[in-house]
Structure formats: C-alpha cells, structure tokens
Design a protein around this ligand. Structure first.
Ligand code: NI
Length: 170
C-alpha cells in the first residue's frame, strides 16, 4: 500500500466527469487499498478517486455511528455508485473537503439516500444511508461528476485551527 497525493483546486481532474470502472483486476485493488490508506492518514471520512488524480468512478467511505463515538467504523468501497433515491427531507450540515483545504461550508443535503454500485470485486451492492453517512455519500458521488460542495454551499468560511474537526471532511 502507498499513500497517494491528494490534488486540490484548481486541479482539472476535480472538475472532470469520471469514467466507469470496468476492470476489477490488480490495478484497481491497489488503487482501493491506497485510497483507504490515504483517507485514514489524511484523516477523512471519505475519498473519491478524482481526488487522487484518477478519473474513475470509485469512492471509499469510512464512518462510525454519529450517535456513538466509540462504535466501530464501517468501511465502504464502492465502484460506479449511483444514487437511486433521495429523501425529500433535507438537512443542513457543515462540510469540508481535502481537495479544498482551509475552508468549510454549510450544505443542504437529502437526509436519506439509497445507493447502488459494485464492491471491489465487481459484485452489486445496495446501501441505505441516512444522516452523516448519507451526506458523505452524496459529497463523494458529486466528486465523480466534477461537482464540489462549494458549488452547493449556502455559506462558506475559513476553518480556524481551534475549531473542532468537521465530520464530513473528505
Ligand atoms: Ni470532497
């Protein structure tokens, strides 16, 4: 495993629509492992392949229970993710992005999301997410379409060091 460099704005890959993953061979497995390691070291709760300058539809997400800090984190690896359903109910939350250092912003997101995609072996998976997990998936899947949270934020501000970590930073 190796750490990948996280690219930041205005890197053009961040604004490109990512290609579908079609090969689930050793190269993809290495990319997945590297992305998981890079996300953990950053640290972040998610990472999309375009953030490591790979224009492919691949995301990794690792998040625990928002109600319980001590709950074990769950790792999601998703190729070709698609949002098939979003709840009408929305919720405001503060997001950050490893590709846009130093700022955070308030974004309105659907409270629940139903997501389909493929695991690292190419098998179909379906994920029902709500709350922060649903927010993280929406943020990551936006990355695959060249969309960044700053495009949707209603308010942006400089992140101060003394502020607590933003849970949705990826
Ligand atoms: Ni991001």
């Amino acid at each position: 495993m190796a750490l990948r460099e996280i690219v930041t704005l205005p890197h053009p890959t961040l604004r490109r629509k990512a290609r579908k993953v079609t090969e689930f061979g050793p190269e993809l497995q290495t990319l997945v492992d590297d992305m998981v390691e890079t996300m953990r070291v950053a640290p972040g709760v998610g990472l999309a392949a375009p953030q490591v300058n790979i224009s492919q539809q691949l995301i990794v997400v690792e998040f625990g229970d928002e109600e319980d800090e001590n709950a074990p984190k769950k790792l999601y690896i998703l190729a070709n993710p698609e949002i098939v359903k979003l709840s009408k109910e929305t919720v405001m939350g503060v997001e950050g992005c490893l590709s846009i250092p130093g700022i955070v912003g308030e974004v309105e997101r659907a409270e629940k999301a139903l997501i389909t995609g493929q695991n690292r072996r190419g098998q179909p998976v379906k994920i029902k997410a709500e709350g922060w997990l649903a927010r993280i998936f929406q943020h990551e899947i936006d990355h695959l379409n060249g969309v960044l949270y700053v495009d949707k934020a209603t308010r942006l501000w400089q992140q101060k060091d003394e502020e607590e970590d933003v849970p949705a930073a990826d």
